[in-house]
Ligand binder design. Structure first.
Ligand SMILES: O=P(O)(O)OC[C@H]1O[C@@H](O)[C@H](O)[C@@H](O)[C@@H]1O
Length: 320
């Protein structure tokens, strides 16, 4: 008799293992993407503000104030706020943006989640750990309040793409002038990086660049020819920066920032007194645990003719 309880030896039994996949969850307020190896990014629709980016080892790479307001009543203190179409306070010398709030309106409005446009690549021979995902958000005049519309009455379309890859996050903003009238804009990724101690943090890559030193009042300053170290409030706009920027934490590179079409870099730490004056900044000594290194195009206004598009991108690599 044939024993039907036994399988022929030549047919291997493969265990049923679910293939790891990229997971995307979203609700009315947030989108969360997770890679098979654990990298994770969480984005609030208000401001399309990334709140958290964890690398595969579980380490949080962004700083988010524990008093940040996340209900849409004010911009988020931390993560990656988006600055558009104005950097800093409005200036009478630039009438087209003179009625906008500090850093523009993009961080003050709810963006539309457009979905994931590319996903994990389980190509034959590729490990699941190579998977990456790109998620897109959109903003057009229909999404912004009347007060912003009348302050900046142009036809535009913004597409903000966040790509999460192993130990890497890319953010890219595409600005389209969908009308016929030209407009001018500034933009910046106002990234708050987590660092273990600001006193032993230094930033390299900007040594040979001149900068506008905003503290105590804006002053054009010559290149310092040395890495940036922190021993008090620091608020500088470096212009025409060509090299990659490296944040060093305790003497070791922790983050590298590469940029496309973003010639300026703002470096900011509010230190004790200024952060104490910010009602949404916490914990009280949180300024020791953060450094803002903000890739943007802010020294001048960029002009976009009707029908034209512009795109700027930063690629942030975490060193583990
Ligand atoms: O408090 P806000 O509007 O988010 O701005 C924070 C900081 O943003 C930085 O980019 C500016 O250089 C600083 O001057 C400013 O204080």
């Amino acid at each position: 008799m044939v024993d039907r309880t036994k399988r022929p030896a030549e047919i291997p039994i493969s265990p049923l293992v679910a293939a790891p996949v990229v997971s995307i969850t979203h609700d009315n307020t947030r989108v969360v993407a997770t890679l098979p190896r654990g990298d994770r990014v969480e984005i609030l629709l208000f401001g399309a503000n990334a709140l958290s980016w964890k690398t595969g080892n579980g380490k949080e790479q962004l700083f988010l104030s524990d008093k940040a307001i996340l209900d849409g009543s004010k911009p988020v203190r931390g993560g990656i706020p988006l600055v558009f179409p104005l950097f800093g306070p409005a200036q009478e010398s630039h009438p087209a943006t003179a009625k906008l709030p500090q850093h523009g309106f993009a961080r003050n409005v709810r963006w539309e989640y457009l979905g994931k446009t590319s996903s994990e690549s389980f190509a034959i021979g590729k490990e699941a750990s190579d998977a990456s995902v790109k998620i897109d958000f959109g903003l057009s005049p229909t999404e912004i309040d009347d007060k912003f519309k009348s302050a900046w009455p142009y036809s535009f379309g913004l597409t903000y793409s966040i790509t999460l890859s192993p130990d890497e996050l890319s953010t890219s903003l595409q600005v389209a002038n969908t009308g016929t009238e030209a407009f001018e804009f500034q933009t910046l990724f106002h990234t708050y990086f987590a660092t273990s101690d600001i006193a032993s943090t230094h930033v390299t890559g900007l040594e040979s660049n001149g900068f506008i030193n905003k503290v105590p009042s804006p002053k054009q300053t010559a290149a310092a020819n040395e890495p940036i170290k922190f021993s008090g409030e620091l608020d500088r706009v470096y212009t025409g920066a060509e090299k990659d920027i490296i944040i060093n934490d305790n003497g070791k590179p922790s983050i590298t920032i590469k940029r496309n079409e973003l010639p300026d870099v703002v470096v900011w730490n509010p230190w004790a007194d200024k952060s104490k004056g910010m009602s949404d900044f916490g914990p009280e000594d949180g300024w020791k645990k953060m450094v803002c290194v903000e890739a943007g195009s802010v020294e001048k206004f960029s002009r976009l003719e009707g029908g034209e598009t512009w795109e700027g991108q930063q690629i942030i690599k975490a060193h583990l």
